[in-house]
Design a binder for this molecule. Structure first.
Ligand SMILES: [Zn+2]
Length: 144
């Protein structure tokens, strides 16, 4: 499914300007370099600019980009860009935290390390208060 199909009629006009954050979205993906799974959690935030998206749509957008051959860095950016295009919000922040079987099974064999990637757009990039609010919130989420 495409992002447009997933979003469908799920965007609404709403006069809301506070940060919306959906945390702990589980995902499972496949590393395109090694054909091995990577999996973890994504935290997605945005600041509306007159439009909001149905909250249940956000995990479905994550799935659109996770369920293909991927690299974590690109997936993180694609999720952020999709929200940016759909909502033209004041800002978008996406953090992905993932375990990679290619790290756990091959070569280095690190069982407990995870990889953190982020994509910050708009106010999340330009406004340190917004960025810190988001990143502090993400940091407060206990590791699994
Ligand atoms: Zn890999």
């Amino acid at each position: 499914m495409s992002v447009a199909e997933v979003i469908g009629e799920g965007v609404f006009t709403e006069d809301c300007s506070e940060m919306v954050l959906v945390k702990d979205i589980e995902f499972y993906s496949l590393c395109e370099h090694h054909m091995l799974p990577f999996y973890g959690r994504v935290h997605v935030a945005y600041i509306p600019n007159g439009r909001i998206i149905g909250l249940s749509k956000i995990p479905r957008i994550v799935d659109v980009f996770a369920r293909r051959l991927q690299v974590q860095e690109r997936m993180t950016q694609q999720i952020a860009q999709a929200l940016h295009v759909a909502l033209q919000p004041k800002g978008v922040g996406v953090v992905a935290d993932a375990h990679h079987l290619c790290m756990m099974m091959r070569g280095v064999q690190k069982q407990n390390s995870s990889a953190l990637t982020s994509c910050l757009l708009g106010a999340f990039q330009t406004d340190s208060k917004t960025r810190n609010e988001f990143l502090n919130f993400v940091r407060s989420i206990p590791p699994r």
